[in-house]
Design a protein. Sequence first.
Lengths: 253, 253
Amino acid sequence: MNACPTSYEGGNRLLDAIPSDERAEVVGAVEVVGIESATVTHAPDVSYDWVVFPIDAVLSVVTTLADGETAEVGTIGNEGASGAEIAFGAPVLRKTICQVEGRIARMSTMAFLDAVDRSAGLDALIRSTEKARMFFVEQMIVCNTVHKLEQRCARWLLLVADRASREEYRLTHDFLSIMLGVRRATVSDAAKSLHDAGAIEYARGRVRIVDRAILESEACECYKLAARVFDAALDTWGVTLLGRKRRRIAGIR
Amino acid sequence: MNACPTSYEGGNRLLDAIPSDERAEVVGAVEVVGIESATVTHAPDVSYDWVVFPIDAVLSVVTTLADGETAEVGTIGNEGASGAEIAFGAPVLRKTICQVEGRIARMSTMAFLDAVDRSAGLDALIRSTEKARMFFVEQMIVCNTVHKLEQRCARWLLLVADRASREEYRLTHDFLSIMLGVRRATVSDAAKSLHDAGAIEYARGRVRIVDRAILESEACECYKLAARVFDAALDTWGVTLLGRKRRRIAGIR
DNA sequence: ATACTCGGGTACGGTTCCGTACAGAAGGTG
DNA sequence: CACCTTCTGTACGGAACCGTACCCGAGTAT
């Protein structure tokens, strides 16, 4: 990670969605650093130091099967946070690595626990984005089972581009094949199809979306569904949850 | 559902894991009814009336894709609850149906909200089982992508048997094919293999596990992984979370 | 008893993706 | 410059699973 942290000036949609009267205090505990691809941010039984709010970096939650094969089970970008489950006291169960380099905002675990206690808005947003993540992960079960690889490729490229806030980023076919749970050669085939269709360009570890409309038309329904759910989680659900949170506190008192 | 509810006398592992000093009050708000296969317990924008704690019934969380195909994205049995997300104020996003008939304990949504406020133990257990469910759903992404159908069949049959607390239950190949996102004919092939291996018997909408050891050896690693995580969520995590919950309430006060 | 519905066995050609392998091209390194 | 590593293109046989279809037997309704 970058050795000289800077202050936070926006870019993580979860932090930016905190009600303005609470935001300054929460954001005050945050610092911005760079992160490189393949850096591990969380792992079972280790790395509890930081809660991570990606800005234009993208993280992957991964698992390793008994035969040693690694595959992606979730993606975390500027719509959410990694390590937030610490706030609920449960152990970290999955390894999280940086997939696309960029900047992250991070908060020490202790500061985060404190912030969740103080800010009802942060608490509500953490819960609603976790719920959106559950919805998305559920969708991936079906998507990976029934949709063709080319569609899944397109979906993945779009979702990562949205989270990285750019149309071009570092990515090799090999890395993408791990993320999608298929062979590298199969990814190369799908990538070539998407290129021939005029949707993307790529070379030696970089991809660029050249025609988003075409790429969206190639992607399965799961892309737009996911985008909509994350938007909703950061918008209307947050308000609903905020109301509930206040009610619960009143109930306890 | 059954028209004459009876009182709760144990059987849902989540309810039974509530610390004894709080359990009686929570369980007092619960009633037990029968439920038949294909009954809808929750759906987006409707059916907020009850929170459901399965006893020996098994529920499926399902989704319908744009082409009309339905597939399972989660299973809920005696280790958890359906509709608990209501406690967090978020909307119900998925349809939940009864997959294996049996008994459920249910609590009105209002009573449930009240119970979560009063019982720190229930609150902690709801959160830890939700976390276990996330872990399991993540595992299914990879499982459905890389494991062979016969292994997945075995895994499914075992997990449902554990939750239904019996080795024989109603199930057609057709229903199972929807759950696994494959053709009915493919399920018939896999079922025949498992039968020939001496693991199961089945006929006209019923399955029976005749040799659990064989079936476990045919199943992928995901079965034991899932079983272990659900056990842990109801055991040690609950304790951890309970500590955290008390700390949070203190912080708010 | 007869007709009908439902659950399951099986088949056949086709597609997707796998496992493996090898070669070429781009870029970094000494 | 030569060398090496990384990244991508491509091929080939094979396995898993699909779409579709047809059949049969068991239970159910009339």
